[in-house]
Design a protein around this ligand. Structure first.
Ligand code: NI
Length: 172
């Protein structure tokens, strides 16, 4: 397992639509553990392959507790290859998001409150879950990375975008 270099906003790999990953690609065996390791080392709660410069459709996410996102219900540690999302409601919720590719920044981002996601885990087993709230938000954020979209592009009130230590001094 090794920690990969996280790419920051401005890199082309973060603006690129990623391609599907073959489940039989031997690179997956290394990629997924590395992504979990890199996510944890960056104190992230999710990471998409483009964030380490790999433009293929692979996500990892999950946390029990997070210093950077206190008071959120835990999300099971999950790897998803070739995920598909289905929006299950018109209801939109707003909450603050950050991203390890935009260090120290937070924005107030609208997301659908309920989705179904499907994909394949690190063992090639199918995953299918219906989720709501922060879990749904996290997966939508990570999925956006596969489409070359960063969270600040989703912000509707541009004034609600700023530095973590100013907006949330309590987590510092
Ligand atoms: Ni992100």
């Amino acid at each position: 397992m090794s920690i990969r270099t996280v790419k920051y906003m401005g890199e082309k790999c973060l603006e690129t639509v990623s391609t599907e990953m073959s489940l039989s690609d031997p690179a997956l065996k290394q990629l997924i553990p590395d992504m979990f390791e890199t996510m944890k080392s960056a104190e992230g709660i999710g990471l998409a392959a483009p964030q380490i410069g790999v433009n293929q459709r692979v996500l990892v996410f999950g946390f029990e507790t997070s210093r950077r996102y206190p008071n959120r219900s835990p999300v099971p540690y999950t790897a998803l290859v070739n995920p598909k999302l289905e929006i299950l409601t018109d209801d939109i919720e707003y909450d603050w998001e950050g991203c390890v590719s935009l260090p120290k920044l937070r924005g107030y981002v609208p997301r659908f409150s309920k989705i179904r996601y499907e994909g394949f885990d690190e063992n090639g087993k199918q995953v299918s879950r219906v989720v709501e709230g922060f879990h749904a938000r996290l997966v939508q954020h990570e999925y956006d990375h596969l489409e070359g979209i960063l969270f600040h592009e989703r912000i509707t009130d541009r004034k609600r975008f700023g530095f973590e230590d100013v907006l949330f001094p309590e987590i510092y």
